[in-house]
Ligand binder design. Structure first.
Ligand code: DSN
Length: 387
């Protein structure tokens, strides 16, 4: 017996007995998994054409692009980035390299890759951090306008990793365009909510570029995507794809993305609506049980996340581990996401149950008794919906 296969099985068994609340994860549909595990996983193709044997690959590639443009209502798309991080990298090297980039700092909700010692360090970017509010995790519009007018960064990024509410795209786009800058939106977390038409619509609100990962609220394979309505922006981005950010763009992933877009086109709107309704319900129930959450003054959340408010990092890590002992998987910032539980068919009643289970775990009840109840809840939700 292969040790690797044993570990895969052990992982699958373990995760099937736990409640996954990580907001940057989701489960793939059987068809998406099937597409990933095909011959495409070992093939190459380039543009312009170099390899033989690619006639179906090339058709699939174009099909994925057409379906993405249709679903996201964009004129141009890059499906080549291997992840959301690589989509950010492609956007930054194309439009901000050796210049100024503005974004929210990670502690106010921005992507951790925007920390000064990460992507900005790798690309020699001068970082301009947008002022914001650690409670709502939103940029402060007036203060951001001041900073942008003073610093005039080439590229400004809204959106991020800790997102409870829509970002002020309309409010800031005019300023950025006024001095000749570009506005990008990191929709990694909320891509499914955008595609479902239930959150905000960055490309119609003034963003020039929407980049994202494809596996969070959007239930596709792990990967990245960039969308724009501007031909010149697209041409500049595409010129930096081959042999700058990738050599092989992984055609099993692109095929799986096409499958997930087909599925989302049928079921996505209902799914996205339910994700948000569940996040709101979960947050309301946690609050009623006395658990402190971010964003309370604005109604906790309008996205897929509810974020517990424990300022001490050590305490958060301890609670993450305690929750896991109880069968509830979350992250070191105690963000609770509803994408996966929604996909498993859970609704309002289950959100109230999950809130109680989280509260019992946080209160230090014996993990064995909480875990038993978590597993009892899971047993009724084995089948995936919206696919
Ligand atoms: N890995 C993504 C997340 O968990 O939000 C981005 O940091």
């Amino acid at each position: 017996m292969s040790r690797a296969l044993e570990l895969i099985r052990a992982h699958q068994r373990y995760r099937s007995k736990t409640l996954n609340m990580i907001p940057s994860e989701n489960v793939q549909s059987p068809r998406v998994l099937k597409a990933l595990a095909t011959d495409l996983a070992g093939r190459y193709s380039y543009r312009p054409r170099y390899y033989g044997g690619t006639k179906y690959i090339d058709e699939l590639w174009s099909y994925a692009e057409e379906k993405a443009k249709e679903l996201f209502k964009a004129d141009y798309v890059c499906v080549e980035p291997l992840s959301g991080h690589i989509a950010a990298l492609l956007t930054y090297i194309t439009f901000a390299k050796d210049g100024k980039l503005a974004a929210l700092p990670p502690e106010l909700g921005g992507y951790p890759g925007n920390a000064s010692d990460k992507l900005p360090d790798a690309l020699n970017l001068e970082m301009v951090y947008l002022p914001g509010d650690g409670e709502s995790l939103l940029p402060d519009v007036d203060k951001s306008v001041e900073v942008l007018e003073r610093e005039r960064p080439k590229l400004v990024v809204l959106g991020g990793s800790f997102m409870l509410f829509p970002h002020p795209v309309r409010e800031l786009a005019e300023v950025v365009h006024g001095y000749g800058g570009l506005l990008a939106y990191d929709g990694s977390h909320v891509l499914g909510l955008i595609a479902g038409g239930v959150f905000q619509d960055p490309l119609r609100e003034g963003a020039d570029i929407l980049f994202a990962s494809t596996h969070k609220t959007f239930p596709g394979p792990q990967g990245g995507i960039i969308l724009t309505n501007d031909e010149e922006i697209y041409r500049k981005l595409y010129a930096n794809v081959f042999h700058k950010i990738a050599d092989n763009v992984h055609f099993n992933r692109i095929a799986a993305l096409a499958v997930s877009i087909e599925e989302f086109s049928r079921y996505g709107r209902r799914y996205a609506e339910k994700i948000i309704a569940n996040a709101k319900e979960l947050a309301r129930n946690l609050d009623a049980l006395g658990v402190s959450l971010k964003g309370k003054a604005r109604g906790f959340t309008e996205s897929h996340q509810a974020i517990l408010d424990f300022p001490d990092e050590g305490k958060r890590m301890e609670l993450r581990d305690r929750l896991e002992e109880c069968g509830i998987i979350t992250d070191g910032d105690l963000r609770l996401g509803t994408s996966e539980v929604t996909r498993r068919g859970m609704g309002k009643r289950e959100m109230a149950k999950i809130a109680k289970l989280v509260k019992r775990a946080l209160d230090g009840e014996d993990p064995k008794t909480v875990k038993k109840d978590v597993q009892k809840l899971l047993r009724r939700f084995r089948k995936l919906r919206y696919c």
